[in-house]
Design a protein around this ligand. Structure first.
Ligand code: 5GP
Ligand code: MN
Length: 323
C-alpha cells in the first residue's frame, strides 16, 4: 500500500485527530491545515482539532474558519490523539512546544514539500518538487477522489498562491496552474483572494517594510543584500511578528541581488534569519545553522545576536557565491 492509501486508512481508523501548522505560520501551512480539516469533515464526517502555534497572525485572520483553530497556548497537551498530522513542517523543531503532543499520538502523518524534510512521521507524504503543501494536498485530493467545496478550494488556493509568491517563484509549474484552475472552477475567486493576501497589509507592516529596505546593507558588488530588524524597531513600529513577511523577497527584487537576508533579533540573544536567492542553494546555508527550507528560500535561527550572526552568514554566502 502506498503512503497516500495508508494515510486514508489512518483517517478511517482514527477518531481523535489533530492537525498542526508550523511556528510563524504562513499562508501555506494555515491554508493546508484548515483545508485538510475541512476535507476530513466533508469526506469522513470527523472534526479534527487544528492547532496554531502561538497567536493567529493578523495577515491571515481573513482565512475561512481560522477562528475555529486552537492556539497551542490553550491546547490540553495531555490528550493522546489517535492521529496527528503535520502540514508544511520541514523539521520537528518547527512544532516548538507541540512536539510531545505530535510524537505521543498513536499514529503520525507528515505532509510537506521541503527538500530538507527528513520524514519524521510514521506516514510521510513529501514531494520536494511541489510548490507548496497546498499542492501536495490537492494532489492527494485528486488521487483519493475526495470531495471539496468552495471553502476548501479557497483555502488550498491561498496555500498555493502564497508559497508561489503569487505564481511568480520558480516553483510555479504547469501543475500549479492546472490546480489553480480547478480550484477556481470550484469557487475560489482569484481577485478576492489576491486582495486579501497582498492588498490588505496593516499600515505598520508597509512602513516597517520600507524602513527595513531603506536600512539595507549591500556587499560583494551588491550581490548580497541584507537588513537587520531589532526588537526595538518592532516596538517602534508597533509591529506584530508576522509584519516582517516579504522583506527578504523585496530585497531580492533588486536586479543586482543574488542573495538577500533578513536578520530579525529574537529572544535571548538569538536571530531569526530569512534567506532568499536567485542562484545559490540557501537551504544548504540554513541547514548549517540547524534550519532548512528550499533551494531559493530558506530560514534558520542562529544562537547569536544579529550583528554577530551576520558575520558567519556572510562568510558562508560569499563562499557559496564563489564556488
Ligand atoms: P521564511 O524565511 O519565510 O520564514 O521561510 C522560508 C522557508 O524556509 C520556508 O519554506 C520555511 O519553511 C523554511 N524555514 C524557515 N525557517 C526555518 C527553520 O528555522 N527551520 C527549517 N527547517 N526551515 C525553516
Ligand atoms: Mn510551504
Amino acid at each position: 500500500m502506498d503512503n497516500i492509501n495508508l494515510f486514508e486508512k489512518a483517517i478511517n481508523s482514527s477518531e481523535n485527530i489533530v492537525i498542526f501548522s508550523h511556528v510563524n505560520p504562513d499562508g501555506d501551512t494555515l491554508g493546508s491545515m484548515i483545508g485538510l480539516a475541512k476535507i476530513i469533515e466533508l469526506n469522513y464526517n470527523k472534526k479534527p482539532t487544528t492547532v496554531i502555534i502561538g497567536k493567529t497572525p493578523d495577515t491571515y485572520a481573513f482565512l475561512n474558519s481560522i477562528d475555529q483553530c486552537t492556539s497551542s497556548i490553550n491546547l490540553d497537551k495531555e490528550v493522546c490523539y489517535d492521529l496527528a498530522i503535520a502540514v508544511d513542517i520541514a523539521a520537528k523543531d518547527r512544532m516548538v512546544d507541540m512536539q510531545d503532543v505530535y510524537f505521543n499520538a498513536k499514529n503520525t502523518v507528515n505532509i510537506d514539500h521541503h527538500i530538507t524534510n527528513n520524514g519524521y512521521g510514521n506516514i510521510n507524504i513529501i514531494d520536494g518538487n511541489a510548490s507548496s503543501t497546498g499542492e501536495v494536498l490537492f494532489d492527494i485530493v485528486k488521487k483519493l477522489n475526495w470531495k471539496i467545496n468552495k471553502e476548501i478550494a479557497e483555502l488550498l488556493y491561498v496555500a498555493i498562491l502564497t508559497d508561489t509568491g503569487g505564481f511568480r517563484f520558480e516553483n510555479t509549474s504547469a501543475r500549479v496552474f492546472n490546480f489553480a484552475s480547478e480550484l477556481t472552477a470550484n469557487g475560489a475567486n482569484p481577485t478576492n483572494i489576491y486582495r486579501k493576501c497582498y492588498e490588505s497589509k496593516p499600515k505598520a507592516m508597509a512602513l516597517l517594510n520600507a524602513y527595513a529596505i531603506q536600512n539595507a546593507i549591500f556587499k560583494e558588488n551588491d550581490k548580497i543584500a541584507y537588513t537587520i530588524i531589532t526588537k526595538e524597531d518592532m516596538k517602534n513600529f508597533n509591529a506584530k511578528s508576522d509584519y516582517t513577511e516579504g522583506i527578504s523577497e523585496a530585497l531580492r527584487q533588486i536586479n543586482s541581488t543574488e542573495v538577500s537576508m533578513l536578520l530579525k533579533e529574537a529572544e535571548n540573544q538569538t536571530t531569526k534569519v530569512s534567506l532568499r536567492s536567485k542562484t545559490i542553494n540557501v537551504a544548504k546555508i540554513a541547514e548549517s545553522f540547524g534550519g532548512g527550507g528550499h533551494h531559493y528560500a530558506a530560514g534558520c535561527t542562529i544562537q547569536k545576536p544579529p550583528t554577530i550572526a551576520i558575520e558567519k552568514l556572510l562568510e558562508l554566502v560569499k563562499k557559496s557565491l564563489n564556488e
